[in-house]
Design a protein around this ligand. Sequence first.
Ligand code: MLT
Length: 407
Amino acid sequence: MITINEHYLKLQASYLFSDIAKRIAAFQKENPSRSIIKLGIGDVTRALPKASIEAFHRAVDEMAADQSFRGYGPEQGYDFLREAIAENDFRSRGADIAADEIFISDGAKCDTGNIQELFSQDITIAIPDPVYPVYLDTNVMAGRTGDFRDGRYGGLVYLDSTRENNFVPSLPAGQVDLIYLCFPNNPTGSTISLDELKTWVDYARKNKALILFDAAYEAFIQDDSLPKSIYEIEGAREVSIEFRSFSKTAGFTGTRCAFTVVPKECAAFDASGNRQLIHPLWNRRHCTKFNGVSYPVQRAAEAIYSPEGKAQTRELISYYMKNAEMIRLGIDALGFDFVGGENSPYVWIDGKRDSWEFFDLLLNKAGVVCTPGAGFGRCGKGYIRISAFNSHENVAEAMQRISKMLG
Ligand code: MLT
């Protein structure tokens, strides 16, 4: 008899963004003439930078001729892209990262979801609340949690991010082994200072723990004093893995390209307490289960590091940050408490009511889609997240509709 992985039965009904998509589809079916502005899922709306498009075309042409055609590439990614990343994203900021510590992949979602495979079943995991659901759900699937009760899975250490701690969780009181952090944060848009991040690195070093640092939104940081990479902190190489993505940085949500940094010193421990390096293990996993990102996509990603590509990417980010400003100003004028939107494309708003109720209200009365905070965890109850990924016109229109409805 074929039996299933029963841990899947513990999962909450469906993935948050699929759930929202279903509600929108149902609303649209009932109200075919209503215009809907989507500020829910963080999906980019603007075209790829010109430099990327040109590189993409050139690479496709190479694939069209036998002499320049390429078959399987290296699973870890082509050297040209790994070198460009190491130089521009890390070494230029004083973070000592080598090209062969970078693993190119098709998404930070997949990498943050897959990395847990490397660790044993009985580790103690600290997970922020609210949180990007992938970190949590993949550990549920792997059987590292108990059942879901009162909005939380048993067996996890939740790190509350609330107004009281400025949406930056405090260190856990006891010993944990694996820590998920995301800054600029999804969903709250909050940021962490170098000093605050250092306390986490110090904690991990002292407790033989490991930090999984999701920096998918680093490109939105406007304040130069904030860390873009955890490796800007001394000692982080031994205790942290960092995830990055071209999705939000350069409009690659549909094109798919991201990377994970595993420094050579980074280690976990075996049952006898011996240090085991993570780099060869992740490499082994990557080579076994992944066949690399396509050549044209990697060329398109490399192009964002050219002088033109850098300028075009900056322009893209500024465009969305202008939207974030419009959202902040509009929400502020309505008297809501909020965080984010200054170094992040997300604005996290205390709606002073149930977040799904607020979601339905915005959808039904204003035709605006947001993301209900409760979908990100118990601490998200009462909040909604508004995303800056849309056109200026649509964001301005959405804010007008919301003001009219609530004002
Ligand atoms: C979000 O809206 O939180 C993100 O788009 C999800 C993702 O990047 O997978």
